[in-house]
Design a protein around this ligand. Structure first.
Ligand code: AMP
Length: 194
């Protein structure tokens, strides 16, 4: 069955220092599955990535993993994904993930998550795509980053409209709903069941 929507989620390949990070990943995966959606992610079994994929599968969602060949062992490629794509390099990984997504969401994570999130956002700003980009500011995890970004606006290196292209919320369900609704607006998908 065709999924109701396809959400690309970036998140830590580590579990984070406290259980609340894993709990948020479970909540997001469960929401995707329970709403008939599809998760597109980096295809690993480590950290929040593995937790997110397991929760999506357990709730009946589809999971599309995309992982470079050289990282299959390092990130423990998740063999029970609905679709697992083993690609040649990081560029192929990112472009396939972007292609398969209706919207992007970053959960707490580290350097890899930041890189992927900024790419999805900058591509949106440059009009390479029109898909919504969200940031889950779980318990203020991203507050220092958001403060820095607003400082960049004040210093004239960014604009308010670039910030406005980002959807930020501290509540996962609220943010997911918003992203899926705006993705429906840009892709004209039918969200009557969501
Ligand atoms: P991290 O947030 O550092 O735990 O990494 C999360 C995910 O981002 C992992 O699957 C990394 O392989 C991935 N990642 C790291 N660097 C990049 C990059 N330059 N482009 C795309 N994904 C990356």
């Amino acid at each position: 069955m065709t999924p109701a929507f396809s959400l690309c989620v970036y998140c830590g390949s580590r579990p984070g220092a406290e259980p609340r990070f894993g709990e948020a990943a479970v909540q997001v995966g469960r929401w995707i599955g329970e709403h008939g959606g599809q998760l597109v992610y980096g295809g690993g079994n480590n950290g929040l990535m593995g937790v997110l994929a397991d929760a999506t599968l357990a709730a009946g969602g589809r999971v599309v993993g995309v992982i470079p060949r050289s990282m299959v062992e390092r990130e423990w490629a998740k063999r029970d994904c609905t679709e697992l794509h083993i690609v040649d390099n990081m560029h192929q990984r990112k472009s396939l993930m972007a292609e398969r997504a209706d919207a992007f969401l970053a959960l707490p994570g580290g350097i890899g998550t930041f890189e992927e999130f900024f790419e999805a956002w900058t591509w949106r700003v440059l009009s390479f795509h029109e898909k919504p980009v969200g940031l889950l500011d779980l318990d203020g995890y991203y507050a220092p980053l958001l403060t820095f970004l607003r400082q960049s606006v004040r210093n004239g290196f960014m604009n308010d409209w670039q910030m406005d292209m980002l959807t930020v919320d501290s509540d996962a369900a609220t943010l997911l709903q918003q992203l899926v609704q705006s993705a429906a607006f840009t892709t004209r998908m039918d969200t009557s069941q969501i």
